[in-house]
Write a protein that binds this ligand. Structure first.
Ligand code: BG6
Length: 519
């Protein structure tokens, strides 16, 4: 991962003032990338405005951009440099003089992605910037277009030699957004198209969950502490739950979501990444190969669902009208851009199994959904019950098994749930929590996921990016579900917006005498 290890001095400072925030440490210590041009394809689009431009602005504010830096937008929209510059100023919502100065250097190329002229013009602009802005022949190409065009753009770049690192060790990197295919076959085809133009070592596939501080903190919790790893296995862990709950609906993305659904949109990527980090073996080093080798090994151990058995291990649901935060909200079928007869799932619950020495027999329950009661992403390790309860069952009725809860968002933190004696004459027991809050320990701003990931691309650190073998394995796991759900009589459950999902998802756990944790 980026950044040098903390020096003894830095650690000393933390020790002398425990709990005192040094929230700028991380950002203050980031290395400045070498000079380069960042080329954004899909520059007039939503993702650029919502995520990329604010991330570039944040990097600028934190002094993490190189001296020689330029941004070039490319899109079909007939804009001029000035239109892009205005969009950049608006998107970042910040008018600091230094950001304005940077934005005034942004360039824009309008053109069709399939047309050679677009790439010739881009080449001319980039050559000019090498001479005037000190970008040194280095390039980061960011694919923020609709996914159908990823391969076309990569080919256009290759045809103009833009994929080949230049003389003197300059670099050329390609950043690819999700969705990375819509099933295993299409992901393989996309890979073929990209690999025809770029080497795997040049490709950075984004999963923004990997850029979240609290997702990375799973690694710290597990591998920077001696007390957790010994119990991180089937001997102590009864079951694992992963929840990615959103209270938002599909917003204005109904058209996109109709073709995606919750399984493709969240489970194939974000959930699989979190699951892999939580359950993988310790890597010998937290670096690109160490982390990604272990993640893919774990994903390979996830048992592939049998198409015929999908009904017994998976539930899909769709929200109907309901109430969120006291406000009435429409059902999925009434959302803009959605077919009124749509069978697209907005909720998924799964029971997965990991077939290896560490996790044999430990069910991994996963759920995600839109328009649930509240936004909450968390991972829970539920431990076994004590082998013998020496207190009367009546006195222990409020006692739950131990669990370790990693709250990824919001309210980021970690809680250990354990039993305590309720004060009083009786020996009554109750579960209580020992809580760590991220914002209390590290007040202040933490880098947004996109800011972090963009910076990692700039310095050439692929640790937090998804490798081709991980993507393929994740599709292998979800493909049988897609196949089963494509059948006409495949059941679709419904749940009212603002609830915790369909009743069938509760039954999935109740059958195993377990229940979902209430976030
Ligand atoms: C995106 C999905 O990848 O992740 C969205 O396409 C979803 O549908 C979003 O809302 C959730 O991200 P976050 O960071 O808000 O949890």
């Amino acid at each position: 991962m980026s950044g040098p290890p903390a020096t003894a001095d830095q650690l000393g400072a933390e020790h002398r003032h425990p709990g005192v925030a040094h929230h700028r440490h991380e950002l203050d210590r980031v290395s400045r990338p070498p000079g380069h041009a960042l080329v954004v394809f899909g520059a007039s689009g939503d993702l650029t405005a919502r995520k990329l431009l604010p991330a570039i602005a944040a990097l600028e504010e934190h002094g993490a951009l190189p001296e020689g830096f330029a941004v070039v937008g490319v899109a079909r929209t007939e804009w001029k440099d000035d239109d892009f510059r205005q969009a950049a100023a608006r998107a970042a919502g910040d008018h600091s003089p230094s950001w304005q100065k940077l934005v005034s250097t942004f360039r824009y190329v309008a053109g069709e992605y399939g047309h050679p002229d677009t790439f010739s013009e881009l080449e001319t602009v980039l050559g000019e910037l090498d001479r005037t802005a000190g970008t040194g022949g280095n390039r980061v190409y960011y694919l923020a277009t609709v996914p159908d065009l990823f391969g076309v753009v990569a080919q256009g770049l290759a045809d103009h030699g833009a994929n080949v690192p230049g003389p003197g060790g300059s670099f050329s990197r390609l950043v690819v957004e999700k969705p990375y295919g819509h099933d295993l076959q299409s992901a393989k085809e996309l890979d073929q198209a990209l690999h025809a133009a770029f080497d795997e070592s040049q490709i950075y596939r984004i999963d923004h969950y990997m850029g979240k501080e609290t997702v990375q903190n799973v690694l710290a919790l597990r591998f920077a502490n001696a007390i957790f790893e010994p119990v991180w296995n089937r001997r102590y862990v009864d079951s694992v739950q992963i929840t990615v709950a959103e209270d938002l609906g599909v917003e204005h993305r109904g058209g996109f979501y109709e073709k995606a659904g919750a399984l493709r949109d969240i489970v194939q990527n974000h959930v699989m990444q979190v699951l892999a980090l939580t359950l993988m073996e310790p890597p010998s080093a937290v670096d690109a190969q160490g982390i990604r080798d272990e993640k893919v090994k774990l994903l390979r151990a996830v048992m592939l669902p049998e198409v015929d058995a999908v009904a017994s291990m998976a539930v899909r649901g769709q929200y109907t009208a309901g109430t969120i935060g006291g406000q009435p909200v429409p059902g999925y079928r009434q959302e803009e851009g959605v077919d009124p007869q749509s069978d697209t799932e907005t909720y998924v619950a799964l029971k997965l199994a990991v077939d290896n020495w560490r996790w044999a027999g430990v069910p991994v329950y996963v759920r995600t959904g839109k328009r649930l009661e509240k936004r909450a992403t968390e991972v829970t390790l539920q431990f076994h019950r004590v082998p013998h309860l020496a207190f009367g069952a009546n006195l222990a009725r409020d006692l739950r098994p131990n669990s370790l809860l990693m709250r990824i968002q919001p309210d980021e933190g970690i809680s250990l749930i354990f039993g305590a004696k309720v004060p009083g004459e009786e020996f009554r027991l109750r579960s209580v929590g020992m809580d760590f809050s991220y914002t209390e320990a590290f007040p202040g701003v933490t880098a947004d996921a996109y800011e972090r990931l963009l910076h990692d691309v700039m310095i050439g650190d692929p640790t937090l990016f998804v490798r081709t073998d991980e993507v393929e394995r994740a599709w292998q796991i979800v493909d049988p579900l897609l196949e089963a759900w494509a059948e006409e009589d495949s059941p679709l459950s419904h749940y009212a917006a603002g609830t915790w999902g369909p009743h069938e998802a509760d039954l999935l756990l109740a059958r195993d005498l377990r229940q979902w944790r209430d976030p």
